[in-house]
Design a protein around this ligand. Structure first.
Ligand code: NAD
Length: 250
């Protein structure tokens, strides 16, 4: 099936590479006019060109920058139908070593970024009485956690709580708010910031025997953005190749 988001206006934050690029690509393939927002301008512009979309510079750690990206999209296209806030950072540090600045930065991008982007989008979507908001959470935090991810886990579990509140407050406006919880997805970020040993240990922990792809997450976000998901709000979909299933080791 194609054209599931035909002519919808979509803004994908953190869309230059990795999962965000997978989301942008799938939305574009199914007919959306996609704006890629990212702090990496060169990469973001290249991704936008590749999928036939456009680019806006956006630092999701800066509220004013998020608002400008949302308003810029609406000014260019007249409305905003789909918001995917996917930008996220994932430093690893033992809980006793996490500098407060690092904690604040993880929470600012991953969690506050979701709030500010949602708030900015809602100002337009409520007037239109239509909207699809999809936030990238994680299995890390809401379900499981590896050592070193106290701040990251807190940010992602926070996203799940936020999704429920935002979904409830906007259900009567024709706006749905949902999330996707990726398991371990092979992205540029994972390849540069995680060791081959870490990646191999994750492969070993996944019943399907491989990491997921950005398109796996893009497909899920596309579904949540489509009319097929019109009655789904306030929830998350886990996409993890069965990683959460084993009851014990071995
Ligand atoms: N890869 C995984 O295994 C995995 C698993 C669960 C959740 N996630 C989540 O998926 C999202 C994407 O992860 P990824 O693996 O694709 O990472 P990635 O590093 O490959 O890509 C992240 C993108 O977000 C952008 N970004 C980062 N900080 C930004 C900021 N302040 N403002 C604007 N853009 C910013 C980057 O420039 C990049 O384009 C993150 O929220 C991450 O927490 C990833």
């Amino acid at each position: 099936m194609t054209g599931r988001v035909q002519d919808k206006i979509a803004l994908v934050l953190g869309g230059a590479r990795g999962i965000g690029a997978g989301i942008a690509e799938r939305l574009a393939e199914d007919g959306a006019r996609v704006v890629v927002g990212d702090r990496r301008a060169e990469l973001g512009e290249a991704t936008a060109r590749r999928i036939g979309g456009s680019f806006v510079t956006c630092d999701v750690g800066e509220p004013a920058s998020i608002r400008a990206a949302v308003d810029d999209t609406v000014a260019r296209f007249g409305r905003l139908d789909i918001l995917a806030q996917n930008a996220g950072i994932f430093p690893m540090n033992d809980i006793v070593d996490i500098p407060v600045e690092e904690w604040d930065q993880v929470l600012a991008v991953n969690l506050r970024g979701c709030f500010v982007a949602t708030q900015a989008a809602l100002r337009h979507m409520r007037k239109a009485r239509y909207g699809r908001i999809i936030l990238t959470s994680s299995i890390t935090g809401p379900r499981v956690v590896p050592p070193g991810h106290a701040h990251y886990a807190a940010s992602k579990a926070g996203i799940n709580g936020f999704i429920k509140a935002a979904a409830l407050e906007n259900a009567s406006f024709g706006i749905t708010v949902n999330g996707v919880e990726p398991g371990n997805i092979l992205t540029e970020g994972v390849q540069t910031e995680r060791s081959p040993e870490y990646i191999a240990s994750m492969v070993a922990a996944i019943p399907m025997g491989e990491l997921g792809t950005p398109r796996d997450i893009g497909n899920t976000v596309l579904f949540l953005a489509s009319d097929e998901a019109r009655y789904i709000t306030g929830t998350t979909i886990i996409v993890d190749g069965g990683q959460l299933l084993p009851e014990g080791k071995g």
